[in-house]
Design a protein around this ligand. Structure first.
Ligand code: NAD
Length: 358
């Protein structure tokens, strides 16, 4: 039995609806397992701009830093689209990642048997199932390296630089091995070691760290082959670890195989236990305030929080099993409904169905 302090960053658009759904689920888990979750709301994104003039008020940063974990809905919307760069709602996300030192992005992508029809791949390819965890380095590599324009031998040119330190690779490798230990204990490290020096250092370092995890099976795959294997035989992947840019591209490819954006959670972790948990989708302004949002990605993000921030695996399993059951029983929000769906549930009703199965 424990007491946990959670900072709630509801954000904009459907953010408040889906975060409130996840809070209802946490309350039910608290009752069932005897935990107390203290949830404190903080402003970030467009709503913070409206209230304070800034996308990420200092009070929010401090509140998140002082919490055990952060649950975020989504930020942004057309109302704030024309503001200058520093005032854009997205600055809140980058600012929070920086303040919390979040260098690991965990993105599970799982094809639910009940939603096989949504998968764009042929049925015989996905018959073996698909359940992978992408571990992406979040604060290094080419997105943060030196860049610029200069005069080259053939006229003006531009350049970006990829650099990784041993320390950066070691910490993301450990995060990936730890994640593999919580799953099927199989890790594939993805790089481009046949061409890139950073990848050769990446590979060397991952294999050195592997000695600390003799129970986890590790292998390497070149990124071009990985892009192909993901659609050829996705069942071969359990946990994948890769650099910032490769992870950016491959995690979107993996998420599409599941067929639905409204179902995918994510976690961003750093050195401290205080991570950031959020659905991978945005604030969906087109359906905001209409009780149409699918709350499952946010509910599953709360499950990830229980597993990774609080080590509450049984509680996380309980939420994930309830979501499986809801889908197996044919409950559908509009984004995952097909022709044969008789009743389309709203955000609240879908949440109630999850609660009924916990
Ligand atoms: P989006 O993910 O918000 O929406 C894309 C489509 O998916 C829309 O049709 C939307 O209705 C649907 N959708 C998304 N989540 C859903 C859910 N839970 N249930 C049902 N349908 C859902 O992407 P977008 O339209 O490109 O962006 C909208 C806003 O969100 C923009 O301001 C963007 O900057 C912001 N955004 C924020 C984040 C974040 O906070 N992490 C991430 C991506 C985009």
């Amino acid at each position: 039995m424990g007491t946990y302090n959670i900072a709630l960053v509801r954000g904009d658009g459907i953010g408040p609806e889906i975060v409130d759904s996840a809070v209802r689920v946490l309350e039910k888990i608290g009752q069932k397992f005897g935990h107390t979750f203290h949830c404190t709301p903080y402003l970030a994104g467009g709503c913070a701009i409206d209230a304070t003039g800034k996308p990420l008020p200092e009070e929010t940063v401090q509140g998140c830093l002082n919490s055990d974990s952060v649950l975020l809905g989504a930020v942004g919307g057309p109302k704030w689209d024309n503001l200058p760069g520093e005032l854009r709602p997205e600055k809140a996300l980058l600012g929070l990642r920086k303040a919390l030192g979040l260098y690991t992005n965990l993105r599970p992508a799982r094809l639910y048997p009940a939603l096989k029809g949504e998968c764009p791949l042929r049925a015989d390819i996905v018959d073996e199932g698909f359940d992978l965890m992408m571990v992406r380095e979040l604060t290094g590599g080419i997105y943060f390296g030196e860049r610029g324009r200069r005069d080259g031998a053939n006229g003006p040119e531009a350049y970006d630089t990829e650099a990784y330190s041993v320390m950066e690779i070691e910490r993301i490798a450990r995060a990936a091995f730890d994640a593999a230990r919580k799953r099927r204990k199989k890790l594939i490290s993805i790089d481009k070691a046949n061409v890139l020096e950073t990848s050769r250092l990446w590979r060397e370092t991952v294999h050195r760290i592997a000695k600390e995890y003799p129970d986890v099976e590790v292998s390497d795959m070149l990124v071009d082959n990985a892009a192909m294997q993901l659609v050829r035989r996705p069942s071969q992947f359990d946990v994948v670890v890769t650099s910032n840019m490769f992870g950016d591209i491959l995690s979107d490819e993996a998420s599409q195989i599941t067929g639905s954006i409204g179902l995918l959670p994510s976690a961003s972790l750093g050195a401290s236990r205080c991570g950031l948990y959020e659905p991978i989708h945005g604030s969906a302004p087109d359906i905001a305030g209409q009780d149409k949002a699918n709350p499952l990605a946010t509910i599953l993000s709360a499950a990830m929080m229980l597993r990774y921030a609080f080590d509450l695996s049984a509680e996380a399993d309980c939420i994930e099993a309830a979501v499986d059951q809801v889908l197996n029983d044919g409950c559908r929000t509009a984004d995952i409904a097909r022709g044969e769906t008789k009743t389309i549930l709203g955000c609240q009703a879908m949440t109630t169905e999850v609660l009924n199965r916990i």
